[in-house]
Design a protein around this ligand. Structure first.
Ligand code: NAD
Ligand code: UDP
Length: 318
C-alpha cells in the first residue's frame, strides 16, 4: 500500500484520481482549498478509512510523509483562473515550489498536471512535446499558461539540482462527470444549457476545434505515467487526438439530450486558440501502449447522465 498526496483532489480530475488510487489499495490524502473543487466530488470517499480530506492552500508549505505526490491544484477554466490572475500564478509557481520542496525532503516521486496551454495558440498541428509553443506572455490567459510553464521549469530544475523524481504530463481538454457546472468550460456549458432549455452559446464562428478526452482515459494515463521508470520524466501529451469543432460538439449534445435549445453565437474570447490537437505517439510508446478508449459520443452520454441526475436532485445551481 502506497501513501499518496493528491493536491486539488476535490476538483474534477482530482476526485476521479483519488477514487481510482483508493480502488487500487492505496492510502490517499486529498488536499484542496475548495476554490473550484467541492466536497461533494469526494463525498462517496469519506467513509473509506484510507481516505483523508485536508483543507489547505498549496501556496503555503505543507508537511507530510508520502510516497507519491500528484500536483493538480490550480483552477483550470478561463473564467476561474482569470478571476484572480495573480493568485493563479502563485498557485502554479508557489504550489510547484512547495510540492517539489516536499518531494525533495521526503524523497517522494511527484507528478505535475501540466497542460496543452503551454503550447498557447499553436502554429503547428498536431502538437508534439518538442514544440516550444506560441504563448502571449502578457495576454489574459498568461497567468495560467506562463504559471504552468514555470511549474514545468521548476520540476525539471528540482530534478537537475536535487535529483527529485519528477513526471510531467500535458493534459489536453478533458471532460466528464464532476466538472464544475459554473466554470464555463465548453462541454459543461453546452450540456447544462441543453438540459435546462437555454441557448447553446457558441463563441465566435464555432469552427475552432478541440480534441476532447474522457476523464477515465486521462486517469489511466496519469497512473501509468507515475509508474514509468525514473529516467522517463516527460513531458508527455495526454489527450484524445480526434478533433471536433464547437458547432459539431453543440449538435452532438443537442442530439443526445433531445433538447430544443437554439445555438447562438457570442463574440470569441481574446487569444482563443483556433485548433488544439495532441500528438500522442510518445504516450503510446512510454505508457505501455496507452491510448484513449472512450470516444466523444459515449463520453458525452455519461456526462449528460451525470448533469441530468444533478438537475433531478436540485443540485444544479446556475
Ligand atoms: P478543477 O478546477 O476542477 O480542479 C482544481 C482543484 O484545485 C480544485 O479542487 C480547486 O479547489 C483546487 N485548488 C485551486 N487552487 C488551489 C490552491 N491554491 N490550493 C489548493 N487547492 C487549490 O480543475 P481540473 O480540471 O480538475 O484540473 C486539475 C488540474 O489539471 C489543474 O492543474 C489543471 O490545470 C490541469 N488540467 C486540466 C485540464 C482539463 O481539461 N480538465 C486540461 C489541462 C490541465
Ligand atoms: N466555448 C464556446 N462556448 C462556451 C464555452 C466555450 O464556444 O460556452 C469555446 C471556447 O471559445 C473555446 C472552446 O469552446 O474555443 C473550448 O473552451 P474551454 O474553455 O472549454 O477550453 P479551452 O479554451 O481552455 O480549450
Amino acid at each position: 500500500m502506497k501513501k499518496i498526496l493528491v493536491t486539488g483532489g476535490a476538483g474534477f480530475l482530482g476526485s476521479h484520481l483519488c477514487s481510482r488510487l483508493l480502488d487500487e489499495g492505496n492510502e490517499v490524502i486529498c488536499l484542496d482549498n475548495y476554490f473550484t473543487g467541492s466536497k461533494r466530488n469526494v463525498l462517496p470517499l469519506l467513509d473509506n478509512p484510507y481516505f483523508e480530506l485536508v483543507r489547505h492552500d498549496v501556496t503555503m508549505p505543507y508537511f507530510i510523509e508520502v510516497d507519491e505526490i500528484y500536483n493538480l491544484a490550480c483552477p483550470a477554466s478561463p473564467i476561474h483562473y482569470q478571476v484572480n490572475p495573480i493568485k493563479t500564478i502563485k498557485t502554479s509557481v508557489m504550489g510547484a515550489i512547495n510540492m517539489c520542496g516536499l518531494a525533495k525532503r521526503i524523497k517522494a516521486k511527484i507528478l505535475q498536471a501540466s497542460t496543452s496551454e503551454v503550447y498557447g495558440d499553436p502554429q503547428i498541428h498536431p502538437q508534439t512535446e518538442d514544440y516550444w509553443g506560441h504563448v502571449n506572455p502578457i495576454g489574459p490567459r498568461s497567468c495560467y499558461d506562463e504559471g504552468k510553464r514555470c511549474a514545468e521549469s521548476l520540476m525539471m530544475n528540482y530534478n537537475l539540482q536535487n535529483d527529485v523524481r519528477i513526471k510531467i504530463i500535458r493534459i489536453f481538454n478533458t471532460y466528464g462527470p464532476h466538472m464544475n457546472p459554473l466554470d464555463g468550460r465548453v462541454v459543461s456549458n453546452f450540456v447544462v444549457q441543453a438540459l435546462t432549455g437555454k441557448d447553446i452559446t457558441v463563441y465566435g464562428d464555432g469552427l475552432q476545434t478541440r480534441s476532447f478526452q474522457y476523464v477515465d482515459d486521462l486517469i489511466e494515463a496519469m497512473i501509468r505515467m507515475m509508474n514509468t521508470p525514473d529516467d522517463f520524466m516527460g513531458p508527455v501529451n495526454v489527450g484524445n487526438p480526434n478533433q471536433f469543432s464547437m458547432l459539431e460538439l453543440a449538435n452532438e449534445v443537442l442530439d443526445i439530450t433531445g433538447s430544443s435549445s437554439k445555438i447562438v453565437h457570442l463574440p470569441a474570447p481574446q487569444d482563443d486558440p483556433e485548433q488544439r490537437q495532441p500528438d500522442i505517439s510518445l504516450a503510446k510508446e512510454k505508457l505501455n501502449g496507452w491510448e484513449p478508449k472512450v470516444q466523444l459520443r459515449e463520453g458525452l452520454e455519461k456526462t449528460v447522465a451525470y448533469f441530468d441526475s444533478m438537475l433531478q436532485r436540485g443540485e444544479l445551481k446556475l
